[in-house]
Write a protein that binds this ligand. Structure first.
Ligand code: SF4
Length: 335
């Protein structure tokens, strides 16, 4: 074994024994995983860590868009920003009945969580009350068998308390990338604003779902710094990883797609940085991974978002359930 290859094995051993990997070693692992030998070694070890903490279990979740488009913010990857042509349409609010029907359909497809996701910096009064109404309907229609989540942007402490009272036990608010890269991608609000919202959601008593997006021009330093912020400061229960699907009309429309092996390395590095966190593969799975989607679990993922995304379509739930069955994974449906 070369000295370089032994770094991945040593870091994995440390993580398996409960110690945190340091930034320099993590950067070395990512660099080595860029070569074929290192790539397979990284995946092998990420899988060992997944199996130690999660055995053969997997979780499914789904989302529904409560409010779409016309967002005041300028996140460069997003088709919902009114700063770019695709998002310059009047905001659309989903009906309570449509959101509840989506949630019930996801439950039939064995998803155990359903999240309402709104565009916008923060919820306005009308949007917020529409979300509370939909949550009540879903709770009743799904007979309390789904975890309710929300992703509505920045919250006040009062709104966080109202969401909790309405049954929302987990709040999603992604930090997206490193603080340095975030400032290059978003000018209308600051990274610290996102961290403040996470503190408000946690203080209200909700668990946290916090992750990011990849393929926006970030470096491995950005990826690892985001992972270390999650590991050392935020400590989320779930980390969703999204991979850019470039949308015509947005500033990242011409972004070069990530190589499939690089995406698997990103997943594996997150498993090493966040050994006990539920790592969820969310937007961009189908378009970016194509035939290699089933490899996400060997790279360390423990859950997937099923059904459609906010502005792009996902594949059929049947295909995902077949893939999971073929892999011998067991879907956990308890909340
Ligand atoms: S990512 Fe969210 S906050 Fe940013 S433009 Fe899109 S909808 Fe708005």
């Amino acid at each position: 074994m070369s000295r370089d290859e032994s770094i991945i094995a040593r870091v994995a051993r440390e993580v398996l024994s409960g110690r945190d990997a340091n930034r320099e070693d993590l950067l070395d692992c990512a660099r080595l995983a860029g070569e074929a030998q290192g790539h397979y070694k990284l995946l092998y070890h990420a899988n060992q860590i997944r199996v130690k903490h999660f055995a053969n279990t997997v979780r499914l979740c789904a989302i529904g868009a409560g409010k779409v488009g016309a967002c005041s913010e300028d996140c460069k990857w997003c088709a919902q920003s009114a700063a770019f042509p695709p998002g310059r349409t009047p905001a659309e609010l989903a009906s309570t009945g449509d959101l509840s029907a989506l949630a019930c359909s996801a439950r039939r497809n064995r998803a155990s969580s359903f999240g309402i996701v709104n565009s916008g910096l923060k919820p306005g009064e009308t949007d917020f009350h529409a979300v509370l109404d939909a949550l009540g309907q879903i709770k009743s229609d799904a007979h309390g068998e789904m975890r309710l989540c929300a992703s509505l942007g920045a919250l006040t402490a009062d709104q966080a308390a109202e969401l909790l009272a309405a049954g929302v036990t987990r709040y999603n608010h992604n930090i997206e990338t490193s603080e340095r890269m975030y400032a290059r991608m978003v000018t209308t609000h600051a990274y610290q604003d996102r961290l403040d919202t996470l503190t408000i959601a946690r203080d209200a008593g909700m668990s946290l779902c916090v992750g990011g997006i990849f393929g926006i021009g970030e470096t491995w330093e950005d990826r690892i710094d985001m992972g270390l912020t999650l590991r050392d400061d935020i400590k989320p229960d779930v980390t969703p990883l999204n991979f850019l699907t470039p949308i015509p009309g947005t500033p990242l429309a011409g972004a070069e797609p990530l190589a499939v092996r690089e995406i698997l390395n990103i997943i594996a590095m997150h498993r090493i940085m966040l050994p006990t966190t539920d790592i969820k593969i969310a937007g961009g799975r189908e378009t970016n991974l194509r035939d290699m989607q089933s490899w996400i679990f060997y790279a360390g993922a423990t859950s997937i978002l099923v059904g459609n995304y906010l502005t792009t379509e996902g594949r059929s739930a049947d295909d995902d359930l077949t893939m999971i069955g073929d892999l011998g994974l067991m879907i956990v449906e308890e909340l």
